[in-house]
Design a protein around this ligand. Structure first.
Ligand SMILES: NC(=O)c1ccc[n+]([C@@H]2O[C@H](COP(=O)([O-])OP(=O)(O)OC[C@H]3O[C@@H](n4cnc5c(N)ncnc54)[C@H](O)[C@@H]3O)[C@@H](O)[C@H]2O)c1
Length: 450
């Protein structure tokens, strides 16, 4: 069909001369890590911390923490002796105090606060013990291993008036901050739906980690490591690959989605759990004895706003949070934020007029242009803007936020209530998957119901 003013033609012309989407501009956000120099810090501003769990994540947290001005690690606890050696290597202090018993750190008066990076099934006990001992604590995500754990942790923080920071570090990134500013300023209008997705496609991405080569019942306190999980004989794969089993971990939901959910809550200024979750998934690719799904799709209801999540360990795909509203899209990624504004109006006569007889079509189009064509000099300009920022996975801004709160007693960016809300979404996603049906939040019992 030949049309004198095709929609595509109009948009192309508009983009050139009379508005439409212009080529993207890129704006670099302030590279705040530059401020993390080794500036002088007065003795009263120094922060002395202890660390519990110096594995894959704890080693990065420790390196990040000691790089902050005035921060000093004075003790490290881990159930595996190899990680005592590692803590000494990272701090460059061969005399660093190390122990298998984290409770020794709780009793020390010279420790201002703690950082904990233990597997999920240990989070509650470590946080509750720390708060009860009067210590502030940074605890890794997902905050809890179960719904009940989360509420006990919130209670322990409140009861003891302790600072608890949960470790979804992207909420302290300049990219998340900018996304929140943009949303709050109305960049896309009121949110209508959110899409969160990521994909991996390799054994390491699927948590098939190589156990430390000297791991044995002699170098690891295996019974304590198991905590409340069923007692089983020493198993080095369980130690290294604990994420694969629900007895210790929380699956792709708790391991990966929790970051996307935390970033979403922060961006939108929400602090809540979903009303319902409907999940589908399975173990499609990694049939290695795990009991957590390697493909997990979830549809959440957040006070009426649908949030769709796709997490997969079988196909590599970018990690992205897409926020959609009547005025456009914000796409949030690890290094970039893209804002694509949309006018939400017709830019040409409706193509429905192809079903009008010729004279009627001509009259309709003439009237449309008379009423809607932009006046010269008043053309709408929809310019896509990219913000490039520092890696949203850098932990240092998030640890710094915690250390500052320990000193100032001001709230942290991701406290126990926020962490609990994000973790509840993960538990609801897992419960829906295991029960094979939609699950709902029950306000009366603070628990999940089918
Ligand atoms: N924020 C992030 O981006 C991020 C990334 C990776 C992991 N994590 C989180 O960090 C936590 C740790 O994960 P990981 O990959 O480092 O695990 P890991 O298995 O590599 O290390 C955990 C360490 O904790 C020690 N440990 C366990 N129980 C202990 C106890 N009671 N006392 C002392 N030490 C104990 C273990 O011996 C081990 O060395 C998890 O909650 C995980 O979800 C967060």
């Amino acid at each position: 069909m030949k049309r004198s003013f095709s929609r595509r033609g109009f948009i192309a012309t508009s983009a050139l001369g009379t508005g439409g989407l212009l080529a993207a501009r890129t704006i670099n956000l302030d590279p705040y890590p530059l401020t993390f120099g080794k500036q002088k810090v007065s003795p009263s501003d120094r922060i002395r911390f202890g660390i519990i769990g110096i594995g894959m994540q704890g080693s990065g947290l420790l390196a990040g923490a000691v790089s902050l001005p005035g921060a000093e690690c004075v003790a490290a606890a881990d159930l595996y002796d190899g990680r005592h050696t590692l803590a000494k290597e990272i701090t460059g202090n061969p005399g660093l105090y190390t122990t298998r018993k984290y409770k020794e750190l709780l009793d020390r008066k010279d420790i201002d606060c703690l950082i904990a990076a233990v597997p999920d099934h240990w989070h509650k006990q470590v946080v509750v013990d720390a708060c009860d001992a009067g210590k502030d604590i940074y605890c890794e995500k997902p905050m809890s291993h179960s719904i009940a754990d989360g509420f006990q942790m919130v209670d322990a923080a409140k009861r003891n008036n302790r600072i608890v920071q949960i470790g979804s570090q992207r909420v302290s990134s300049n990219l998340c901050k900018k996304a929140r500013e943009m949303y709050t300023a109305g960049a896309i209008g009121d949110i209508e739906n959110v899409e969160l997705s990521l994909g991996r496609n390799d054994p390491t991405g699927a948590w098939e980690y190589p156990p430390p080569t000297d791991l044995s019942p002699a170098t690891l306190d295996w019974d304590t490591w198991l905590n409340d999980a069923p007692k089983i004989p020493f198993n080095s794969e369980r130690f290294a690959r604990w994420r694969c089993w629900k007895e210790y971990g929380t699956g792709v939901a708790g391991d990966l989605m929790v970051h996307l959910i935390s970033g979403m809550l922060f961006t939108l200024g929400w602090n809540e759990h979903p009303r319902s979750a409907t999940a589908l998934g399975g173990i499609f690719r990694w049939k290695d004895g795990r009991n957590m799904p390697d493909l997990h799709l979830v549809l959440f209801d957040y006070h009426g706003v649908p949030v769709f999540v796709r997490l997969g360990l079988g196909t590599e795909a970018p990690e992205i949070a897409r926020f959609m509203g009547p005025k456009g899209i914000i796409d949030a990624g690890e290094f970039n934020l893209r804002h694509a504004p949309q006018a939400g109006i017709d830019l040409a006569p409706s193509y429905y007029d192809s079903g009008f007889p010729g004279k009627m079509r001509q009259e309709y189009e003439a009237k449309w242009y008379a009423e809607h064509a932009p006046k010269l000099g008043q053309e709408p300009i929809n310019q896509e803007v990219n913000y490039s920022g520092h890696d949203w996975d850098d932990m240092r801004p998030h640890i710094l936020n915690f250390f500052e709160a320990v000193k100032s007693r001001k709230p942290v960016v991701e406290d126990a209530v926020f962490g609990n809300n994000a973790a509840i979404a993960c538990h609801m996603a897992n419960e829906s998957y295991f029960r094979g049906k939609t699950v709902y939040w029950d306000e009366a019992t603070n628990n999940i119901k089918s």
